[in-house]
Structure formats: structure tokens, C-alpha cells
Ligand binder design. Structure first.
Ligand SMILES: [Zn+2]
Length: 170
């Protein structure tokens, strides 16, 4: 139906999906099992990205629209980082920002490890690694407060760590 409020526009979604696939496939090729990574849009409205142990990575439309290609690469690289991080195959999904609507099983250590993998994947793709802290700060800035949502302060802390351990470590 046309004109229904909140109805996703199929053409815009096709463009969003194409961006996610193009950028995510580049990153996935730097992993040992690119065929296991299944990229797509999330039905959630929340600003975020999520990954599951079965290889699914989903990003929200709001995140895709907010980020430029390099920052979107950083967000996808972080989620791939979770998949590559053996300690993160817990039940449920893991969120970009370290807090999902489910249990808080993804502590700061897991997030920092996923960021470290993301740093390597970005370098492998030839993406400027400054995109990682920039993405984290962009998401922190645009978050709307939600009790079960990600913590902007935690994102800014991760951005500071990424500046030291990724951007400065050339
Ligand atoms: Zn994460």
C-alpha cells in the first residue's frame, strides 16, 4: 500500500541492502569463512547492528542511513569481529553498542575485542581506520535515550580506546 506511515520503501531498502552487501562482502573476504556471514537489514527501528552465532548480521535502516561508507564498514567490521571472537557465541544476539534488548551478556571486554578485530578488517579492506572511532562517536551522538538501549558513554570510551590502539598504532 502506498503512503502508509512507516511502510518501508522497497526501492530505498534495495539500495540500503546493496550498500550493506557491497561493503560487508569486502570485509567478509578477509575472514576464513566469508560464506558463513549473512548480511541484511534489521526490522528494528533502533539505531544499531546485531550479530548472531549462526553468522547473521543485521543492521537497522537508521544506522545505514546515518553512516557514510567507511563508517558503515566499521560497524559491519565490529559485528564480524563478534563472529570471529570465539568467546561471543553466547545465546541471543549481540549489539553494536554493548547492550541489547536481551541479557547484557556482552561486557566491555567483548566489545573491545570486536573493535580490535574490526580494526584489522578495516585495514585489510583498505578503509581508513579512523572510521572506527568516528562511527562510534556518530552513533553515540545520534542515540535517543532508551532504558534498554546502548550507552553513549560506553561508545565514547570505546572510541577513545580505538584512537589509541587502532588509529595511533600504524
Ligand atoms: Zn558489539
Amino acid at each position: 500500500m502506498l503512503g502508509t506511515t512507516g511502510e518501508p520503501d522497497a526501492d530505498v531498502d534495495a539500495l540500503r541492502t546493496a550498500r550493506v552487501h557491497r561493503i560487508g562482502s569486502d570485509l567478509a573476504r578477509a575472514t576464513a569463512a566469508p560464506e558463513r556471514i549473512d548480511l541484511g537489514l534489521s526490522s528494528r527501528d533502533t539505531l544499531g547492528a546485531w550479530s548472531w552465532p549462526d553468522g547473521r548480521i543485521r543492521v537497522s535502516r537508521t544506522l545505514v542511513d546515518l553512516l557514510d561508507d567507511d563508517a558503515l564498514a566499521a560497524a559491519l567490521a565490529h559485528e564480524i569481529g563478534h563472529l570471529l571472537d570465539g568467546g561471543h557465541v553466547a545465546d541471543g544476539s549481540s549489539a553494536l553498542a554493548g547492550a541489547s534488548s536481551g541479557a547484557r551478556h556482552d561486557g566491555p571486554g567483548l566489545e573491545l575485542r570486536a573493535d580490535a578485530v574490526a580494526c584489522s578488517l578495516l585495514r585489510a579492506r583498505g578503509t581508513p581506520v579512523e572510521a572506527l572511532p568516528r562511527m562510534l562517536r556518530t552513533v553515540a551522538r545520534d542515540l535517543t535515550p532508551a532504558s534498554d538501549g546502548p550507552d553513549p558513554a560506553a561508545l565514547r570510551q570505546r572510541a577513545a580506546v580505538a584512537e589509541r590502539s587502532c588509529v595511533a598504532a600504524r
